[in-house]
Design a binder for this molecule. Structure first.
Ligand code: ADP
Ligand code: ASP
Ligand code: MG
Length: 410
């Protein structure tokens, strides 16, 4: 008997028939004697609908109230799934995040899980019950409802698996695993049977939304066995993609495992900045204080005592960052700001980069051959990221995918 946490995404619970399908899959695991905890997302499109509704009332919705209403999507699906299970004769109980007591910090719309009280879930499991938990939501120490950021149900699933020391966390979605790149953009993309935790972390943080980054962080921290699978297929034991930890691997290692891309960022350049110690702090300090995360940073070589300083932020924080910088630009006597949000970040990811030279030059040559201009570059041991004009995203992803031989073997 194993304890399994299964998470089903929005498309997988998109209508009543699909919810019944999920119930059938859960029942198969339960009938084999396994204890099953199910985490569900809101029905597909529902979270977007709720956010748009909030924006009709307030252009920048109050974060606390936004969480109160956006979290309702998941409350609907837990009730429906528990009903479907009960109607089929299986004992089941649904819980919201607050009912479980998934305690988070108070950062509305992007809260982090601090602790999970798993006692109630365990008691239900011991009584043969399937436990259905709302993804994406928690409660802060003051009792306010919080949400975990877009895609946050993945994190609920993995965090519950960690708290319950589950044997496996299965993420069921609308693709049958993690691919070399988003199969919606490159139909030739190939499913990876395994991907190392490190690579998955990079892919997720660089824009592959198949898993929310925090769920991968949790899996790494608590060594949760994590698998991504299709909720539409009959999966055999080898199905989907298993996230592996390098030490327990003995598989052949590709140099590059995937191409990720992200169209969620905006670029800001502070021009004509006096080139003196402390200037990066004077610019980025206030940005950090405004609770904005900065991603790529480039400072040019100074000349004549001046330099340009560029960085990227999430598009949601773009306007806020520009406002924050207005007084800063005056204060440091910079020449001005140029900025734009029509950019994309495209990244080549692979642990094999550590031992192979020439990956960056292949990437740069490939982009040059298509006439794609690189605006910013950042690298780590296992990734190369470039910022390019947004309109070239799909082209860049396709040509890089091909250049690194990632297509399906034909
Ligand atoms: P869910 O609602 O089940 O959480 P998501 O839409 O969040 O599903 O994630 C699944 C989607 O992630 C896929 O439909 C696919 O378009 C996208 N995706 C992006 N990058 C990848 C990748 N490398 N491998 C697989 N899917 C990817
Ligand atoms: N429903 C939330 C979202 O759309 C959480 C999730 O699906 O994981 O972002
Ligand atoms: Mg998702």
């Amino acid at each position: 008997m194993a304890l399994i946490v299964q998470k089903y995404g929005g498309t997988s619970v998109g209508n009543a028939e699909r919810i019944r399908n999920v119930a059938r899959r859960v029942m198969r695991w339960h009938a084999r004697g396994h204890q099953v905890v199910v985490v569900v997302s809101a029905m597909s499109g529902e979270t977007n609908r709720l956010i748009a509704l909030a924006r009709e009332i307030q252009a920048e919705p109050d974060p606390r109230e936004l969480d109160v209403m956006v979290s309702t999507g998941e409350q609907v699906t837990i009730g429906l799934l528990a009903m479907a299970l009960k109607a089929a004769g299986v004992k089941a109980r649904s819980y919201t995040g607050a009912q479980v007591k998934i305690v988070t910090d108070g950062a509305f719309t992007k809260a982090r899980i601090l602790s999970i009280d798993e006692a109630r879930i365990r008691a239900d499991l011991d009584h043969g019950c399937v436990v259905v938990v709302a993804g994406f939501q928690g409660v802060d120490e003051a009792g306010n409802i919080t949400t975990l950021g877009r895609g946050g149900s993945d994190t609920t699933g993995v965090a519950l698996a960690a708290a319950l020391k589950a044997d496996e966390c299965q993420i069921y979605t609308d693709v049958d695993g993690v691919y070399t790149t988003d199969p919606r953009i490159v139909p030739e993309a190939r499913r990876l049977k395994t991907i190392t935790f490190e690579e998955m972390l990079e892919m997720a943080s660089l824009g592959s939304k198949v898993l929310q980054i925090r769920s991968v962080e949790f899996a790494g921290k608590y060594k949760v066995r994590l698998r991504v699978l299709s909720s539409f297929d009959d999966n055999d034991d080898d199905a989907g993609t298993l996230i592996t930890f390098e030490e327990d691997e003995n598989m052949e290692q590709a140099i590059i495992s995937g191409i990720a891309f992200n169209r969620d960022e905006a670029k800001i350049t502070v021009q004509g900045v006096p080139d003196r110690p402390g200037i990066a702090y004077q610019i980025l300090g206030p940005v950090g204080d405004a609770n904005v995360d900065v991603d790529m940073i480039v400072q040019n070589v100074g000349h004549d005592g001046m330099t340009d300083f560029s960085f990227t932020v999430h598009r949601n924080d773009y306007q806020k960052t520009l406002k924050t910088l207005e007084p800063v630009v005056k204060h440091i006597q910079a020449r001005g700001i140029i900025s734009g949000d029509k950019i994309a970040k495209v990244s080549v990811v692979g642990v094999g980069m550590r031992s192979h030279a020439g990956i960056a030059s292949t990437a740069f040559r490939t982009l040059a051959e298509e006439g794609i201009n690189i605006e910013m570059i950042s690298t780590s041991e296992i990734k190369i990221s470039v910022v390019i004009e947004e309109k070239y995203t799909e082209l860049a992803v396709r040509v890089l995918h091909k250049a690194f031989g990632l297509e399906q073997a034909s």
